[in-house]
Design a protein around this ligand. Sequence first.
Ligand SMILES: Cc1cc2nc3c(=O)[nH]c(=O)nc-3n(C[C@H](O)[C@H](O)[C@H](O)COP(=O)(O)OP(=O)(O)OC[C@H]3O[C@@H](n4cnc5c(N)ncnc54)[C@H](O)[C@@H]3O)c2cc1C
Length: 421
Amino acid sequence: MPLEPKTTPYWWDHTPPATIEPQPLPRQADAVVIGSGYTGLHAAIQIARGGRSVVILEKGVPGEGCSTRNGGQISTSIKPKLPTLTKRHGAETARAILAEGVASRAFVEDFVRTEGIACDFRNCGRFHAAASPRAYAELARIADGENITLVPRERQREELGTDAYHGGAVFHRHAALDPGHYHAGLLTKAREAGAVVLPETPATAIAESSGAVTITTPRGSIVTRDVVLATNAYTGPVAPWHRRRVIPIGSYIIATEPLDPALVKRLFPTGRIASDSRHVVYYYRVSPDGRSILFGGRTSAGEMGAKAGGARLREAMCALFPELSAARITHAWMGFVAYTFDELAHTGREGRIHYAMGYCGSGVGMASYLGMKAGLRVLGDPAGETALMRPEFPTRPLYRGDPWFLPAAVTTYRVLDKLGL
Ligand SMILES: Cc1cc2nc3c(=O)[nH]c(=O)nc-3n(C[C@H](O)[C@H](O)[C@H](O)COP(=O)(O)OP(=O)(O)OC[C@H]3O[C@@H](n4cnc5c(N)ncnc54)[C@H](O)[C@@H]3O)c2cc1C
């Protein structure tokens, strides 16, 4: 009988969540960051290096949320296209928002190189596969022969060991890293800079008064001048204004056992990360050690457990890559990503609460970048400004943070995918 997959992330095998000696909750700090993912750690690094005291509250283990669970794919991150952004926000802001996508990806590369964070950062590019002829035509429209190059169906096997797609395009600027090592490196940098990290310490209430904020936790309360809310899809009742603006959606992912290197080479001849054009997207890659395939996506209208989700993902993976039918699945895990009603990440300040969230499933670059920006704004540094502060952070009437409409939306998208629309 095959062994059951682990439901902890593949990355946790080599980088288990850090154990931090219990420390008392300080009564006061210049700033408090809520959440210890990429957003929170990058904000804290800036604040601490700017000479302010900063405490990071984390309700679980360090990096409990998406930042140690993701696929490690780095894109240029902006989902709405230029015409949509121009219509909504005007030409200048639209271009500035797209430029922030490119800047976020460059920021991560610069940061890991300058700080010497060993996280297998690779400028590998992405093969984005067209799931329909229509999607291929759309890729042909945006291909520029330099940053985005087209791969017709007859040359698809040069990129990916499957015939299931209608060609695709290589996005040369996209990159990859090992999310476990990246998070561990950031945590070390934040602590070296002086940030106090308190795991198992949820913020349960935030009370603003003139010039100060009191944050309550089960271990007592802490008074601060500035708060950075870095809770993304895990934003709970403690921040109702923000919770009404993010839509938590489960993203599921599996890892295969180590495979024959010749098979890996046949399936991923160029070693690029990959994704496809479906509305309900699949994304996949080779593990940093070159031995396993990591395959992620969403497999059902409603949420399900990691194991059940993993079993369905395996079917989808084998449909694309029949050669993987005999491969054992060693890990099946999930986490919640945060969508927004306009498919943009948002950052800004509401009262004394700075925030950055809503990365719509592409946060390795953008969460890092907007966390850094939020940290700079706490310091009063104008370099913390970003075009992503300009659009209003939308919500919808009756939405309180429980996405009751999600199963219907996912079902509709699946139908569109089946029809190739
Ligand atoms: C399976 C999966 C695959 C993904 N793959 C990719 C990918 O390949 N590329 C990509 O770009 N993005 C990917 N993402 C998305 C990406 O991981 C996230 O966008 C990014 O990590 C968000 O970082 P964050 O710091 O904002 O949030 P998180 O890392 O989710 O951190 C939020 C933290 O806040 C804590 N928290 C919440 N409430 C409280 C409270 N009241 N008190 C204290 N702490 C609290 C949570 O415990 C959590 O640790 C993926 C996500 C998942 C789940």
